[in-house]
Design a binder for this molecule. Structure first.
Ligand code: SF4
Length: 121
């Protein structure tokens, strides 16, 4: 693996990170450019098991709009995003809905919930 560059998204500072394989390191990677340990953890996870917060909408009945914005409460593995979208697309909720209401609990057994992103009467 050659050096991979990325921007740490853990906090607003946005450090520019460089990651390369390093067999001598207990993590298996050497990370530079990080100002704190969280950046190192982020970089290794981004290389080995990348995840993303997923935002979408679901159908809603009895509301003034036809779609309710939703988002995951934690990042989901990138390779599960397509399957998660398929699950989200099957859902229909009924108003009233409050921001933070759980729309799908533990989606695909990932331990991640899909929550409403806004109130809808
Ligand atoms: S490495 Fe640390 S300081 Fe830099 S952006 Fe990531 S979390 Fe923030």
């Amino acid at each position: 693996m050659t050096k991979k560059e990325m921007i740490c998204i853990v906090c607003p500072i946005g450090c520019h990170l460089e990651v390369e394989k390093d067999e001598k390191n207990s993590l298996g990677f050497k990370v530079t450019g990080n100002q704190c340990k969280r950046g190192q953890e982020y970089a290794v996870e981004e290389i080995t098991n990348p995840k993303r917060i997923l935002t979408s909408t679901v159908k809603i009945k009895n509301a003034h709009l036809s779609r309710l914005p939703v988002r995951t409460n934690k990042p989901v593995p990138k390779d599960k995003i397509f399957e998660c979208m398929t699950e989200i697309n099957k859902v229909e909720v009924t108003a009233p809905i409050k921001i933070g209401d759980i729309v799908i609990k533990n989606i695909l057994g990932t331990g991640v919930d899909v929550l409403a992103s806004r109130d809808m009467e």
